[in-house]
Structure formats: structure tokens, C-alpha cells
Design a protein around this ligand. Structure first.
Ligand code: SF4
Ligand code: SF4
Length: 462
């Protein structure tokens, strides 16, 4: 049965007589953040799980009460309801944006999950995925197998099956590049970027899923940066950013991966680090917090975090240069809705830059998406381990998209691209999900084609 806020606070304060958490646990160390909550409830209507489940336990305020009860010992770590409601949190951090008191919910959630993981093992499916992502050879093998499956078109066929297997296959099918999606005549013959390189030297985070399943978007990221006068430097030795591990409570593995990335970006000597996956960007920007207690790495982590930018931030800082109209190549004017990834909007607080990117693309009609600031339900591997809640959250997003009837939903995170893309495919919608950088890249390709055509015509003239 659902609980109200008052019932929850009373229940927690009645207590179970257990001991308070040890002072060394991550949640006890983060407890100062709990004190900022004044229980006003402004965050409730921003919370997708509260809206879907209508249970105060599944709201930010309710979860903070549960965290407080763990800290003071009125609920035990072994209490199954705590695990249930903390597990159901998407980690979208919409509550942080809504909170007038500055409660650092994301940090508290991470600390709670790390504390709970000592009492409860992480579910086997999550452990298996985290194990794959932590090892570069295992990850490369898994992504190669995924690409083979995608190339056979089996993923698209199996994506119609009901259940999680079907949804997972639809997610994989949704990673097919727009170049492979008729009738788009995309930039099959990439243009040569003509920037002068006078801006910062940028290292691009390759990303696990981006490099493995969206390599075209990574190439588009490099081209659009070059067009906008950035220099590109290579940064070999990169690993998974550690976001999945940190969000699951495995902070030690997240720290190990973070150290490898910090060393890689230091060696590269870049002025900035460009990230085209919002979840990874939010993670790298939090490396300073992750390694704050490590005297050897704290300053280095903070320095790398300070140099990290979402790709939209870098492009917006440069203008960006306008492209050519993409409509002609795509069969007419394109209607585009922007859906901000939670880890860009709420975790990184980047809201305007993606609109600056889209504004540089002639031939699109930007359509406002209702409740765009609400999560799509992807949240890393949440959609695989909490399918029921994830589906309920996704259903609201798909209904909003269907209501605006657009050609494209632009969103800058692989998890959102796959989640929304899979939902659209399985629902038989004509709309496709795409990274904003792919749209800008198409506009630059269109401008290049127009320039080439004009110069050919000029040469033909007597
Ligand atoms: S988290 Fe913030 S918005 Fe939510 S109840 Fe606490 S103080 Fe209010
Ligand atoms: S992170 Fe998202 S799902 Fe979790 S409590 Fe905050 S708003 Fe709700």
C-alpha cells in the first residue's frame, strides 16, 4: 500500500532499535546533505517514480527519510523496504533541480547504494554487466558480438518479441546509424572539415557504448568540433567512465576506472575533454568528488573534471557555425523535438547549449516536447533490472512524443537514444531518435555539398 510523507517520517522515527550506521560508511559520511532537506515536497512532482507509482517511499523526500532512518539506526540495512525503494530510484536527479534547499540527492543516493551493497549483493544481472564494462577486452568482445547481431538484422526482428529480450533487441536495433535508415541520404561521403583550429585543443571521450555502437556519432563529434575551429588530440588508454559502477554502489571499481581516465587525459595534454554521452560527462565532472579522499589523486581528478565539457557546450561556445539545410536530403522540412538527457539537464545543469546546436541547422522546425525534463526511464542499466517502472516512465515519454508527431527526437546520451529509440520502434512510431551532433553533422555535409556544387558550376562557366 502507498505511504504518505507523514506516515513515512513517523514510521521511520518509531524506530526498530537498531544501531546507527558506522561512521565510516559512505552514507554516514555524506549525512550532512540530509540535513538540508526541509521536507517541503517541492521535489515530488518532478520525480518520475513518484508520478508513476504514487508512493511517497518512491519520492525523493521519502527516500531521504529512509536514508535518514538508516543513518540514525531506526531502520536496519537489512530492511527489505529500504532496498526496494532505493533500487527503484532512477538517479535522474530531477529532484535536485526542483529542490530549493540544495539537497545533494545524487551524492546521497550514490553513498546509500554503496552502503547497502555491503549488506546486499548487487543483483547478478547488474554484476555481470558491470564486470563486462570494467574489462576492456570483455567489453570489446561484447560490443563486437552486439554489432554482428545488429548487422544480421536479427536484432530488428527479435525486437518485436514481448518482454525484456525483445526490448533489449529493439534497443540494439535503435543504435543503427541514421545513414542506414532509408530514406535518409545522410553524409555517406563525409565532408572535409575546414576549421582553422584556433580554439582549444580537445580530447574526445570515446565512451564504451558510443565507440562500440555509435561510432558514426563519435566521428561526427570530431568533424563538428573541427568545423568550429577546435583542435583534436588523441587520448589513448581511456576506459569506461565508471558511471554504471558508481550508480550501482561499486565505488571502488568506479575509482579505479576514473584513475585510468585521468591519467589518459593528462597524457593527452588537451585543454578540454569533449563528451557526447551525458551520463559519462556527468560522471567525469564528478571525478573530483569521487576521489576527494584520495590524497594522490584528488587534485588531478578535480583538474580533469574542470576541463570536461559536454559536446553541446563546446559547440555553443563557438557559435556554432551554421550548416546547410538538411530538409532536401531527407524528403522535406524536418520536425525535431529536443529531449534533454537527465544527466545533462539535471546533473550537469546544461540546458541552453543543445538548443544553440539545433539552431545552427537550417531546414528544421524545432517543436517543444511536453514534459521534456522528465526521465525516459533508461538510467544506465535501470531499464534491464527495473523493467516495470522503466516501462511506466517510458510510456509517458512516448505519449508526449506521439503527441507532437515529429520526424526526430534529438537527445545526447546513448542510453536515452536506445531507450526512446526502442520504445518508438516497438510502438510503430515513425519518429526516430538521434544525437543532436548527427543532425548538425548532416547540416555541415549539406553545406559542403552546396559549396561543391557551386564551385563545380563556377568551373563549368565559361
Ligand atoms: S529534497 Fe528539497 S524539495 Fe524535496 S522535500 Fe527535501 S528540501 Fe523539499
Ligand atoms: S533521482 Fe529521479 S527518480 Fe530518484 S528520487 Fe530524484 S527525481 Fe525521483
Amino acid at each position: 500500500m502507498s505511504s504518505t510523507g507523514a506516515e513515512l517520517r513517523e514510521g521511520a522515527s518509531r524506530g526498530g532499535g537498531q544501531c546507527a550506521l558506522g561512521a565510516d560508511t559512505p552514507l554516514a559520511r555524506a549525512r550532512g546533505g540530509l540535513d538540508a532537506c526541509v521536507h517541503c515536497g517541492f521535489c515530488l512532482q518532478a520525480c518520475p517514480t513518484y508520478l508513476a507509482l504514487e508512493d511517497e517511499n518512491d519520492s525523493p523526500r521519502g527516500r531521504l527519510v529512509l536514508m535518514r532512518a538508516l543513518v540514525d539506526g531506526s531502520l536496519a540495512l537489512s530492511d527489505p523496504t529500504v532496498q526496494l525503494h532505493i533500487d527503484r530510484c532512477l538517479g535522474c536527479r530531477a529532484c535536485e533541480t526542483a529542490c530549493p534547499s540544495g539537497v545533494p540527492y545524487g551524492e546521497l543516493l550514490e553513498a546509500t547504494r554503496a552502503t547497502l551493497s555491503a549488506a546486499y549483493p548487487i543483483p547478478w544481472i547488474a554484476r555481470a554487466i558491470l564486470w563486462v564494462f570494467a574489462g576492456p577486452i570483455r567489453l570489446a568482445a561484447a560490443l563486437t558480438a552486439a554489432r554482428v547481431l545488429r548487422a544480421t538484422r536479427l536484432a530488428a526482428a527479435l525486437g518485436r518479441l514481448p518482454g525484456r529480450v525483445g526490448f533489449g533487441m529493439a534497443m540494439l536495433a535503435a543504435t543503427r546509424a541514421p545513414t542506414a535508415t532509408p530514406p535518409a541520404t545522410w553524409s555517406r561521403h563525409p565532408y572535409r572539415p575546414r576549421g582553422d583550429g584556433h580554439r582549444e585543443r580537445v580530447a574526445i571521450l570515446r565512451g564504451c557504448v558510443m565507440a562500440g555502437l555509435f561510432p558514426g556519432t563519435n566521428r561526427a563529434t570530431a568533424r563538428t568540433l573541427l568545423v568550429n575551429d577546435y583542435g583534436i588530440v588523441d587520448a589513448p588508454g581511456q576506459r569506461c567512465c565508471g558511471a554504471l559502477h558508481a550508480h550501482a554502489g561499486d565505488l571502488e571499481t568506479a575509482r579505479r576506472l576514473a584513475r585510468a581516465n585521468i591519467a589518459a587525459f593528462e597524457r593527452a595534454g588537451a585543454d578540454a575533454i569533449a563528451v557526447n554521452a551525458a551520463g559519462c560527462g556527468a560522471m567525469i565532472k564528478s571525478y573530483g568528488h569521487l576521489l576527494a579522499d584520495d590524497p594522490k589523486w584528488a587534485n588531478r581528478a578535480a583538474a580533469v573534471a574542470a576541463r570536461t565539457r559536454d559536446i553541446s557546450e563546446l559547440l555553443a561556445a563557438a557559435g556554432p557555425r551554421p550548416g546547410g539545410p538538411i530538409g532536401a536530403a531527407l524528403g522535406g522540412r524536418q520536425r525535431v523535438a529536443y529531449d534533454p538527457p537527465c544527466h545533462l539537464l539535471h546533473a550537469q545543469r546544461v540546458s541552453d547549449a543543445p538548443f544553440a546546436v539545433l539552431a545552427a541547422i537550417p531546414g528544421i522546425e524545432l517543436v517543444s516536447l511536453p514534459d521534456a525534463d522528465q526521465c525516459c526511464g533508461a538510467a544506465g542499466i535501470y531499464n534491464l533490472i527495473q523493467p516495470t517502472v522503466s516501462d511506466a516512465v517510458l510510456a509517458a515519454k512516448l505519449a508526449a512524443i506521439a503527441g507532437v508527431d515529429v520526424d526526430w527526437v534529438a537527445t545526447g546520451n546513448p542510453g536515452c537514444l536506445m531507450q526512446i529509440g526502442a520504445g518508438l520502434r516497438r510502438g510503430g512510431h515513425r519518429t526516430r531518435a538521434i544525437h543532436p551532433v548527427d543532425l548538425l553533422d548532416a547540416a555541415y555535409a549539406a553545406a559542403d555539398r552546396a559549396r561543391s556544387g557551386a564551385s563545380a558550376a563556377g568551373q563549368a562557366r565559361p
